[in-house]
Design a protein around this ligand. Structure first.
Ligand SMILES: Cc1cc2nc3c(=O)[nH]c(=O)nc-3n(C[C@H](O)[C@H](O)[C@H](O)COP(=O)(O)OP(=O)(O)OC[C@H]3O[C@@H](n4cnc5c(N)ncnc54)[C@H](O)[C@@H]3O)c2cc1C
Length: 427
């Protein structure tokens, strides 16, 4: 995308084409203007257009340019925060609403894919959160117990069953979550965009919003070649924010995350590793994730940016780690490599902001934005069309709080990942 093979890697090589779009020019009126073309923006556009609302979506680069086109494709249920801790952080009302909404969020993704016939390698086979050592297993035991108490279809696997399901004896156990699954992320973003356009939304790419003005009760948002005037503005720019609402960016610390995709593995290795095709990640602080694509390529990722010294360090680490986890895999070649930035909030929870009168948005998905972005996009559509009130949202209205020492912490994450991956060669 934008001639950068390390931005969207395998997903760009294998996704169906994006719908035809052009840059916005001239002047236009709408009921709602959406800024940002990822899951949040397209889900909002789709759900608004389906009810006959006049909606214009302005994307600064291309469909799925941000996190939505680069991620691992794990359609997770819930957040990093333990279910029992949420009421303590958000209060009982919002805590239980958020658990409910996010626990069921993968269902909305799977339903939309089916309803709109989106070709995105969907596989609702569940996910495996793999325990590294006893401390990892203790954490997963708590998660399993807390979700099971709420009726979620989760199961803690022992080491032997984990070894069969993952294809390695490296883990002390795993949490199997049958609400979850995997998708081809860019294909999903493009499919949502196509569905939104088919429902009547107007989508423009190469159209960065550079300013916004309040004119009476309406907003005029500016792009390099024209203006859109609307009653409501939805800001759906998350970690890739470059906009008049830059406060959304200052609240997030960017955590870099990369992926390597192997060439399609042999039939024997495909039968051994993740034979049921769950998506997997582990409990380490500098975590690793792995999953297959439809052609049998193993997508293997971790924290870090593929630039400068990081490129060689992370690639060497990925080769070593794959062999350590799956000794029979051999010297497998990589077919693609790419990375992106994850927007982390201070407490690992997403945010709802009213950035100004009739300017609203969700952000801060902490690396878990496929299902939340889709469900919160629908929620934004319901809010701006008056079908729900702010008081009914799954999160309270908060003001963006800039995180201190952001660039220092971002540098620390990037360098820290290099050190962790470099050091793993020696121990
Ligand atoms: C490497 C990586 C791995 C991840 N893995 C997972 C995973 O496995 N599972 C999961 O659930 N989540 C994962 N995530 C997180 C997930 O991808 C994001 O949370 C999600 O894509 C956010 O969607 P969004 O629509 O809110 O924002 P984005 O997809 O980031 O879209 C924002 C868009 O806004 C546009 N934009 C910004 N400013 C402007 C402007 N001024 N005018 C117009 N457009 C603008 C950008 O160009 C961008 O396209 C991962 C993220 C990354 C980067």
């Amino acid at each position: 995308m934008l001639n950068d093979p390390r931005s969207h890697g395998l997903w760009e090589m294998t996704a169906p084409p994006a719908p035809d779009t052009v840059a916005f020019s001239g002047k236009a009126e709408a009921d709602v203007v959406i800024v940002g073309g990822g899951y949040t923006g397209f889900s909002a556009a789709l759900h608004l257009a389906e009810r006959g609302t006049r909606v214009i979506l302005l994307e600064g680069a291309e469909v799925g340019y941000g996190g939505s086109g680069r991620n691992v494709g794990l359609v997770n249920a819930g957040m990093w925060v333990m279910p029992d801790e949420l009421p303590g952080v958000l209060g009982d009302l919002y805590g239980s609403r958020l658990l409910d909404v996010l626990g069921n969020a993968p269902r909305l993704v799977f339903d939309l894919v089916e309803k709109h016939g989106i070709d995105c390698e969907i596989n609702p086979a569940g996910t495996l959160h793999c325990a590294v050592g006893q401390s990892g297993l203790d954490e997963l035991k708590q998660r399993a117990e807390q979700w099971a108490r709420r009726g979620a279809p989760v199961r803690l696997l022992d080491a032997a069953e984990t070894a069969t399901k993952v294809g390695t004896g490296a883990y002390a156990g795993a949490l199997l979550d049958m609400r979850a699954g995997t998708i081809q992320p860019l294909a999903y973003a493009r499919g949502l965009a196509r569905a939104a356009i088919a429902a009547g939304a107007q989508v423009f790419t190469g159209s960065p919003v550079t300013g916004a003005e309040r004119n009476g009760t309406r907003w005029t948002v500016k792009t390099p070649r024209g203006d859109v005037t609307a009653d409501w503005v939805i800001v759906a720019t998350n970690a890739y924010t470059a906009s008049p609402w830059n406060v959304v960016r200052t609240e997030l610390v960017h955590l870099p995350y990369f992926n390597f995709a192997t060439v399609p593995l042999s039939a024997e290795m495909q039968a051994k590793i993740l034979p049921e095709r769950q998506g997997a990640w582990d409990t380490k602080e500098v975590l690793s994730s792995f999953r297959f694509d439809k052609r049998g390529r193993l997508v293997f990722g971790s924290v870090g940016a593929l630039r400068g010294a990081g490129l060689g360090i992370h690639k060497a680490w990925a080769r070593r780690s794959l062999k350590k986890l799956f000794p029979d895999i051999g010297d497998v070649a990589f077919e693609a490599e790419w990375y992106g930035k994850i927007g982390m909030t201070a407490d690992n929870l997403p945010r709802f902001h009213r950035l100004a009168e009739n300017v609203v948005g969700f952000s801060g998905y902490n690396g878990r934005g496929i299902a939340p972005g889709t469900v919160f996009g629908r929620t934004l559509a319901e809010l701006v069309s008056g079908r729900i009130a702010e008081a009914d949202l799954p999160l309270p209205v908060t003001d963006p709080q800039a995180q201190s020492f952001r660039s220092v912490r971002e540098g620390y994450y990037e360098l820290g990942a290099q050190i962790a991956h470099f050091a793993s060669a020696r121990f």
